[in-house]
Design a protein around this ligand. Structure first.
Ligand code: AMP
Ligand code: MN
Ligand code: MN
Length: 320
Protein backbone atom coordinates (compact mmCIF):
# COMPACT_ATOMS: atom_id res chain seq x y z
CA UNK A 1 0.00 0.00 0.00
CA UNK A 2 1.18 3.52 -0.76
CA UNK A 3 1.29 6.14 1.99
CA UNK A 4 0.20 9.03 -0.18
CA UNK A 5 0.66 11.86 2.34
CA UNK A 6 4.23 10.69 2.95
CA UNK A 7 4.99 10.38 -0.75
CA UNK A 8 3.80 13.96 -1.27
CA UNK A 9 6.02 15.49 1.42
CA UNK A 10 8.18 18.20 -0.16
CA UNK A 11 6.74 17.57 -3.62
CA UNK A 12 6.11 20.69 -5.75
CA UNK A 13 5.05 19.27 -9.10
CA UNK A 14 3.11 16.14 -10.00
CA UNK A 15 2.33 14.64 -13.41
CA UNK A 16 -0.29 11.94 -13.83
CA UNK A 17 -0.70 9.76 -16.95
CA UNK A 18 -2.41 6.58 -18.04
CA UNK A 19 -2.19 4.28 -21.05
CA UNK A 20 -2.56 5.28 -24.69
CA UNK A 21 -6.09 5.25 -26.14
CA UNK A 22 -7.38 5.81 -22.60
CA UNK A 23 -10.45 3.89 -21.41
CA UNK A 24 -12.82 4.59 -18.51
CA UNK A 25 -10.43 3.29 -15.88
CA UNK A 26 -7.39 5.16 -17.18
CA UNK A 27 -9.37 8.42 -17.40
CA UNK A 28 -11.20 7.89 -14.09
CA UNK A 29 -8.12 6.98 -12.07
CA UNK A 30 -6.03 9.87 -13.46
CA UNK A 31 -8.76 12.51 -13.00
CA UNK A 32 -9.74 11.12 -9.60
CA UNK A 33 -6.22 11.45 -8.26
CA UNK A 34 -5.88 14.87 -9.94
CA UNK A 35 -8.99 16.30 -8.24
CA UNK A 36 -7.89 14.87 -4.88
CA UNK A 37 -4.48 16.55 -5.15
CA UNK A 38 -5.93 19.84 -6.39
CA UNK A 39 -8.34 20.01 -3.45
CA UNK A 40 -6.10 18.77 -0.64
CA UNK A 41 -2.66 19.89 -1.83
CA UNK A 42 -3.27 23.26 -3.55
CA UNK A 43 0.42 24.10 -3.21
CA UNK A 44 1.32 21.25 -5.57
CA UNK A 45 1.20 21.91 -9.29
CA UNK A 46 -0.60 18.87 -10.70
CA UNK A 47 -1.35 18.01 -14.33
CA UNK A 48 -2.91 15.06 -16.15
CA UNK A 49 -1.58 13.88 -19.51
CA UNK A 50 -3.72 11.56 -21.65
CA UNK A 51 -4.42 11.02 -25.32
CA UNK A 52 -7.73 12.15 -26.82
CA UNK A 53 -10.66 11.50 -24.48
CA UNK A 54 -13.61 9.77 -26.19
CA UNK A 55 -16.90 11.70 -26.30
CA UNK A 56 -18.74 9.50 -23.80
CA UNK A 57 -16.43 10.64 -20.97
CA UNK A 58 -16.87 14.37 -21.48
CA UNK A 59 -19.35 14.63 -18.58
CA UNK A 60 -16.57 13.75 -16.13
CA UNK A 61 -15.26 16.92 -14.44
CA UNK A 62 -11.76 17.93 -15.41
CA UNK A 63 -11.71 16.33 -18.88
CA UNK A 64 -11.21 19.83 -20.33
CA UNK A 65 -8.13 20.30 -18.12
CA UNK A 66 -6.36 17.19 -19.46
CA UNK A 67 -3.23 18.02 -21.41
CA UNK A 68 -2.46 16.22 -24.65
CA UNK A 69 1.01 17.59 -25.41
CA UNK A 70 4.03 16.57 -23.36
CA UNK A 71 6.22 19.60 -22.45
CA UNK A 72 9.63 19.86 -24.11
CA UNK A 73 11.29 20.50 -20.75
CA UNK A 74 10.09 18.28 -17.95
CA UNK A 75 10.46 19.46 -14.38
CA UNK A 76 8.51 16.96 -12.34
CA UNK A 77 9.09 15.79 -8.78
CA UNK A 78 6.62 12.91 -8.82
CA UNK A 79 5.04 11.01 -11.70
CA UNK A 80 1.99 8.79 -11.21
CA UNK A 81 1.69 6.14 -13.89
CA UNK A 82 -1.85 4.71 -13.69
CA UNK A 83 -3.57 1.72 -15.32
CA UNK A 84 -0.58 1.14 -17.57
CA UNK A 85 1.05 -2.28 -17.81
CA UNK A 86 4.37 -1.19 -19.32
CA UNK A 87 6.34 1.90 -20.34
CA UNK A 88 5.57 1.41 -24.02
CA UNK A 89 1.82 1.75 -23.33
CA UNK A 90 2.43 5.24 -21.91
CA UNK A 91 3.08 6.57 -25.42
CA UNK A 92 4.61 10.08 -25.35
CA UNK A 93 4.03 10.33 -21.58
CA UNK A 94 6.86 7.79 -21.24
CA UNK A 95 9.08 10.92 -21.10
CA UNK A 96 7.87 11.50 -17.51
CA UNK A 97 8.96 8.00 -16.53
CA UNK A 98 12.47 8.85 -17.72
CA UNK A 99 12.73 12.43 -16.44
CA UNK A 100 10.62 12.70 -13.30
CA UNK A 101 12.54 12.51 -10.02
CA UNK A 102 10.34 9.68 -8.80
CA UNK A 103 7.68 7.43 -10.34
CA UNK A 104 4.80 5.64 -8.65
CA UNK A 105 3.01 2.91 -10.63
CA UNK A 106 -0.52 2.00 -9.61
CA UNK A 107 -2.04 -0.76 -11.71
CA UNK A 108 -3.98 -4.02 -11.82
CA UNK A 109 -2.65 -5.60 -15.04
CA UNK A 110 -1.37 -9.11 -14.47
CA UNK A 111 1.29 -8.42 -17.13
CA UNK A 112 2.73 -5.43 -15.20
CA UNK A 113 6.09 -6.43 -13.79
CA UNK A 114 6.56 -3.06 -12.04
CA UNK A 115 8.59 -0.22 -13.51
CA UNK A 116 8.23 2.57 -10.94
CA UNK A 117 10.37 3.55 -7.96
CA UNK A 118 7.31 2.49 -5.99
CA UNK A 119 4.87 -0.06 -7.42
CA UNK A 120 1.37 -0.73 -6.16
CA UNK A 121 0.23 -3.50 -8.49
CA UNK A 122 -2.67 -5.71 -7.47
CA UNK A 123 -3.74 -8.05 -10.31
CA UNK A 124 -6.83 -9.15 -8.36
CA UNK A 125 -8.17 -5.60 -8.05
CA UNK A 126 -11.09 -4.72 -10.32
CA UNK A 127 -9.54 -1.50 -11.56
CA UNK A 128 -6.83 1.05 -11.03
CA UNK A 129 -9.57 3.42 -9.87
CA UNK A 130 -10.37 1.00 -7.02
CA UNK A 131 -6.68 1.01 -6.03
CA UNK A 132 -6.60 4.80 -6.07
CA UNK A 133 -9.62 4.94 -3.73
CA UNK A 134 -7.79 2.58 -1.37
CA UNK A 135 -4.91 5.06 -0.95
CA UNK A 136 -7.10 8.16 -0.44
CA UNK A 137 -8.52 9.41 2.86
CA UNK A 138 -12.25 8.88 2.47
CA UNK A 139 -13.43 12.11 4.04
CA UNK A 140 -11.01 14.13 1.91
CA UNK A 141 -12.31 12.81 -1.45
CA UNK A 142 -13.92 15.74 -3.30
CA UNK A 143 -17.14 15.25 -5.28
CA UNK A 144 -15.34 15.59 -8.66
CA UNK A 145 -12.81 12.91 -7.70
CA UNK A 146 -15.62 10.61 -6.56
CA UNK A 147 -17.40 10.97 -9.92
CA UNK A 148 -14.25 10.17 -11.89
CA UNK A 149 -13.20 7.21 -9.73
CA UNK A 150 -16.70 5.73 -9.66
CA UNK A 151 -16.78 5.92 -13.46
CA UNK A 152 -13.42 4.10 -13.62
CA UNK A 153 -14.63 1.26 -11.39
CA UNK A 154 -17.91 1.01 -13.33
CA UNK A 155 -16.10 0.61 -16.64
CA UNK A 156 -13.53 -2.00 -15.66
CA UNK A 157 -16.14 -4.09 -13.85
CA UNK A 158 -18.70 -3.83 -16.69
CA UNK A 159 -21.03 -2.13 -14.17
CA UNK A 160 -20.11 -4.45 -11.26
CA UNK A 161 -20.74 -7.55 -13.40
CA UNK A 162 -17.32 -9.03 -14.21
CA UNK A 163 -15.68 -11.60 -11.95
CA UNK A 164 -13.09 -9.00 -10.89
CA UNK A 165 -15.82 -7.34 -8.78
CA UNK A 166 -14.99 -8.17 -5.16
CA UNK A 167 -16.48 -7.14 -1.81
CA UNK A 168 -13.66 -4.61 -1.58
CA UNK A 169 -14.66 -3.17 -4.99
CA UNK A 170 -18.16 -2.57 -3.65
CA UNK A 171 -16.75 -1.04 -0.46
CA UNK A 172 -14.62 1.40 -2.46
CA UNK A 173 -17.63 2.24 -4.69
CA UNK A 174 -19.69 2.83 -1.53
CA UNK A 175 -17.08 5.31 -0.24
CA UNK A 176 -17.50 7.22 -3.49
CA UNK A 177 -21.30 7.11 -3.42
CA UNK A 178 -21.21 8.61 0.07
CA UNK A 179 -19.66 11.74 -1.43
CA UNK A 180 -23.11 12.42 -2.94
CA UNK A 181 -22.54 11.46 -6.57
CA UNK A 182 -25.31 10.40 -8.95
CA UNK A 183 -24.04 6.91 -9.81
CA UNK A 184 -26.92 6.11 -12.11
CA UNK A 185 -26.25 9.20 -14.24
CA UNK A 186 -22.57 8.31 -14.58
CA UNK A 187 -23.32 4.70 -15.54
CA UNK A 188 -25.88 5.63 -18.19
CA UNK A 189 -24.03 8.56 -19.71
CA UNK A 190 -20.60 6.94 -19.93
CA UNK A 191 -21.44 3.26 -20.36
CA UNK A 192 -24.87 2.54 -21.84
CA UNK A 193 -25.99 5.58 -23.83
CA UNK A 194 -24.97 5.34 -27.50
CA UNK A 195 -25.71 7.29 -30.64
CA UNK A 196 -27.95 5.81 -33.32
CA UNK A 197 -24.92 5.17 -35.56
CA UNK A 198 -23.06 3.46 -32.75
CA UNK A 199 -26.08 1.15 -32.37
CA UNK A 200 -26.00 0.42 -36.10
CA UNK A 201 -22.34 -0.56 -36.16
CA UNK A 202 -22.79 -2.72 -33.06
CA UNK A 203 -25.69 -4.44 -34.82
CA UNK A 204 -23.62 -4.95 -37.96
CA UNK A 205 -20.75 -6.48 -35.98
CA UNK A 206 -23.16 -8.87 -34.25
CA UNK A 207 -24.94 -9.78 -37.50
CA UNK A 208 -21.65 -10.64 -39.16
CA UNK A 209 -20.13 -12.57 -36.25
CA UNK A 210 -19.08 -16.18 -36.75
CA UNK A 211 -19.15 -19.10 -34.34
CA UNK A 212 -16.09 -21.36 -34.43
CA UNK A 213 -14.77 -24.36 -32.52
CA UNK A 214 -18.17 -25.96 -31.86
CA UNK A 215 -19.60 -22.63 -30.74
CA UNK A 216 -16.91 -22.05 -28.08
CA UNK A 217 -15.29 -19.16 -29.95
CA UNK A 218 -17.08 -16.19 -31.49
CA UNK A 219 -15.39 -13.78 -33.89
CA UNK A 220 -16.26 -10.47 -35.48
CA UNK A 221 -14.42 -7.71 -37.32
CA UNK A 222 -15.05 -4.07 -38.29
CA UNK A 223 -13.25 -2.54 -41.26
CA UNK A 224 -11.94 1.03 -41.43
CA UNK A 225 -14.23 1.91 -44.31
CA UNK A 226 -17.26 0.77 -42.28
CA UNK A 227 -16.18 3.01 -39.40
CA UNK A 228 -15.84 5.90 -41.86
CA UNK A 229 -19.25 5.14 -43.37
CA UNK A 230 -20.99 5.22 -39.97
CA UNK A 231 -18.80 8.14 -38.84
CA UNK A 232 -17.79 6.40 -35.61
CA UNK A 233 -14.52 6.50 -33.70
CA UNK A 234 -12.77 3.44 -32.30
CA UNK A 235 -14.10 4.02 -28.78
CA UNK A 236 -17.63 3.74 -30.25
CA UNK A 237 -16.89 0.04 -30.75
CA UNK A 238 -16.49 -0.47 -27.00
CA UNK A 239 -18.96 -3.02 -25.74
CA UNK A 240 -19.17 -5.18 -28.88
CA UNK A 241 -16.75 -7.78 -27.53
CA UNK A 242 -18.62 -7.92 -24.19
CA UNK A 243 -21.91 -8.60 -25.99
CA UNK A 244 -20.25 -11.31 -28.08
CA UNK A 245 -18.82 -13.18 -25.09
CA UNK A 246 -22.25 -13.21 -23.45
CA UNK A 247 -23.50 -15.68 -26.08
CA UNK A 248 -24.68 -19.11 -24.85
CA UNK A 249 -21.94 -21.72 -25.13
CA UNK A 250 -19.20 -19.21 -26.01
CA UNK A 251 -15.96 -19.36 -24.03
CA UNK A 252 -13.90 -16.79 -25.92
CA UNK A 253 -14.88 -13.73 -27.97
CA UNK A 254 -12.42 -12.21 -30.43
CA UNK A 255 -13.17 -8.79 -31.88
CA UNK A 256 -10.92 -6.90 -34.27
CA UNK A 257 -11.04 -3.52 -35.86
CA UNK A 258 -8.73 -2.18 -38.51
CA UNK A 259 -6.45 0.62 -37.25
CA UNK A 260 -4.72 1.05 -40.61
CA UNK A 261 -4.46 -1.18 -43.68
CA UNK A 262 -3.28 -4.64 -42.61
CA UNK A 263 -3.08 -3.62 -38.95
CA UNK A 264 -5.68 -4.54 -36.35
CA UNK A 265 -6.59 -3.86 -32.74
CA UNK A 266 -7.57 -7.16 -31.14
CA UNK A 267 -9.89 -7.42 -28.12
CA UNK A 268 -10.48 -10.74 -26.43
CA UNK A 269 -12.84 -11.72 -23.63
CA UNK A 270 -13.08 -15.09 -21.89
CA UNK A 271 -15.84 -16.63 -19.81
CA UNK A 272 -14.02 -19.18 -17.65
CA UNK A 273 -11.65 -21.62 -19.39
CA UNK A 274 -9.10 -19.54 -21.27
CA UNK A 275 -6.51 -17.06 -19.97
CA UNK A 276 -6.65 -14.49 -22.78
CA UNK A 277 -3.88 -12.35 -21.28
CA UNK A 278 -1.49 -15.22 -22.08
CA UNK A 279 -2.74 -15.31 -25.65
CA UNK A 280 -2.39 -11.52 -25.99
CA UNK A 281 1.10 -11.55 -24.48
CA UNK A 282 2.19 -14.06 -27.10
CA UNK A 283 1.47 -11.35 -29.69
CA UNK A 284 3.02 -8.43 -27.82
CA UNK A 285 -0.11 -7.33 -25.94
CA UNK A 286 -1.41 -7.89 -22.45
CA UNK A 287 -4.30 -7.35 -20.08
CA UNK A 288 -6.14 -9.60 -17.68
CA UNK A 289 -7.15 -13.27 -17.54
CA UNK A 290 -10.71 -12.49 -18.72
CA UNK A 291 -10.04 -9.36 -20.85
CA UNK A 292 -6.98 -8.73 -22.95
CA UNK A 293 -5.84 -7.09 -26.16
CA UNK A 294 -3.00 -6.70 -28.64
CA UNK A 295 -2.22 -5.19 -32.03
CA UNK A 296 -1.63 -7.58 -34.92
CA UNK A 297 -0.61 -7.29 -38.55
CA UNK A 298 -2.34 -9.10 -41.40
CA UNK A 299 -5.81 -9.64 -42.77
CA UNK A 300 -8.61 -10.39 -40.33
CA UNK A 301 -8.53 -14.02 -41.45
CA UNK A 302 -4.76 -14.31 -40.85
CA UNK A 303 -5.04 -12.72 -37.41
CA UNK A 304 -7.90 -15.04 -36.49
CA UNK A 305 -5.91 -18.12 -37.51
CA UNK A 306 -2.93 -17.01 -35.40
CA UNK A 307 -5.12 -16.39 -32.35
CA UNK A 308 -7.09 -19.62 -32.68
CA UNK A 309 -4.04 -21.86 -32.25
CA UNK A 310 -3.23 -20.93 -28.61
CA UNK A 311 -6.93 -20.56 -27.75
CA UNK A 312 -7.70 -24.07 -29.06
CA UNK A 313 -4.75 -25.43 -27.15
CA UNK A 314 -6.06 -23.90 -23.90
CA UNK A 315 -9.62 -25.06 -24.62
CA UNK A 316 -8.37 -28.59 -25.12
CA UNK A 317 -6.51 -28.36 -21.82
CA UNK A 318 -3.14 -28.54 -23.56
CA UNK A 319 -1.63 -25.62 -21.66
CA UNK A 320 -3.75 -24.59 -18.71
P1 AMP B 1 -9.61 -3.90 -24.62
O1 AMP B 1 -9.95 -5.18 -25.31
O2 AMP B 1 -8.93 -2.92 -25.48
O3 AMP B 1 -10.78 -3.36 -23.87
O4 AMP B 1 -8.52 -4.28 -23.53
C1 AMP B 1 -8.72 -5.24 -22.54
C2 AMP B 1 -7.59 -5.19 -21.55
O5 AMP B 1 -6.38 -5.55 -22.20
C3 AMP B 1 -7.36 -3.81 -20.97
O6 AMP B 1 -7.03 -3.97 -19.61
C4 AMP B 1 -6.19 -3.25 -21.72
O7 AMP B 1 -5.42 -2.41 -20.93
C5 AMP B 1 -5.42 -4.51 -22.11
N1 AMP B 1 -4.84 -4.30 -23.45
C6 AMP B 1 -5.52 -4.05 -24.58
N2 AMP B 1 -4.68 -3.91 -25.63
C7 AMP B 1 -3.43 -4.06 -25.14
C8 AMP B 1 -2.11 -4.00 -25.71
N3 AMP B 1 -1.90 -3.76 -27.02
N4 AMP B 1 -1.06 -4.20 -24.87
C9 AMP B 1 -1.25 -4.44 -23.56
N5 AMP B 1 -2.45 -4.51 -22.96
C10 AMP B 1 -3.53 -4.31 -23.72
MN1 MN C 1 -7.43 0.60 -18.99
MN1 MN D 1 -7.93 -0.87 -15.75
Amino acid sequence: MIELAKELEGVRSVAIAGHIRPDGDAIGSCLGLYHYLKKNYPEIEAAVYLEKIPRAYHIIPGVDEVRHEIPQEIDCDLFFCLDCADEFRLGDAGAFRKQAKRTICIDHHISNSGFGDVDYIVPDASSTSELVVRILEEEKIPFEAAEALYMGIVHDTGVFRHSCTSPETMEMAARLMRRGIDGSKIINATYYDKSYYQRLIHGKALMESTLLEDGKVIFSFVRRKEMDFFDVETSDLDGIVETLVGTYGVEVAIFLYETEPDMNKVSMRSKSLVDVSRVAQQFGGGGHVRAAGCNMKGTAYEVLQQLLAPIKSQLEGGEQ
